[in-house]
Design a protein around this ligand. Sequence first.
Ligand code: MRU
Ligand code: ZN
Length: 236
Amino acid sequence: MAETNKDHLVQSDDPDHPANLIPRLCKQFYSLGWVTGTGGGTSIRMDEHVYIAPSGVQKELIKPSDMFVLSYPTPKYPPSARQYIRKPHELKPSACTPLFLAAFERGAGCCIHSHSQWCVLVTLLVEKMHGKDACFEISNIEQIKGIPKGPGKGMLGFHDTLRVPIIENTPFEEDLTESLEKAMEQYPDTYAVLVRRHGIYVWGETVAKAKTQCESLDYLFQLAVEMHRLGLPWTI
Ligand SMILES: CSC[C@@H](O)[C@@H](O)C(=O)COP(=O)(O)O
Ligand SMILES: [Zn+2]
């Protein structure tokens, strides 16, 4: 039974193996308010496998044995339930799976989905100030240097303008996939897409890069909201 369910794929003594790392990251993200109330999540691609957390569960309490595994690249995109090479009983894979896969298709090694309130607030502020088609823009803040200019282009500088596209939310998470992919095409240098009234998807070539970018963006969104509250413009 153990072998048919491919348990060896989620059993490792390495603390940085995706099956151990995803639960640890989710605990950290829970304390930041990124994955509360079962929302949000994280997925990691390692070689020919993608590790996915279960759907609708408390993300800060997931165990390595709860992890779904998909072979990568997947023969069908997005994958059907049958294509998981490891499928824990009585659990469903995260509804964010097609969105995580869209990031992996663009070379990511890790994708983080955050429900941080700073992301939600910033999508509402941008809409109020500049309309639905506008993206989030910020410049002249040191933390911008935590975000890459684009694939192979180095990091943004202090005077550069960081741009993060915003897409509209949909009633079902998986229905966001098309507009997420469209935003990725429209903004080929972006490593993040905000979802209005919902949160953000942030990806990076490695787990460390995805995490650094998600932290830097969350910092900048909070700063922008607080600057706005103080009547200070967040772009110069
Ligand atoms: C609070 S429910 C949130 C979900 O609908 C969704 O937005 C989400 O981020 C998590 O989906 P899940 O399928 O549990 O991984
Ligand atoms: Zn979500």
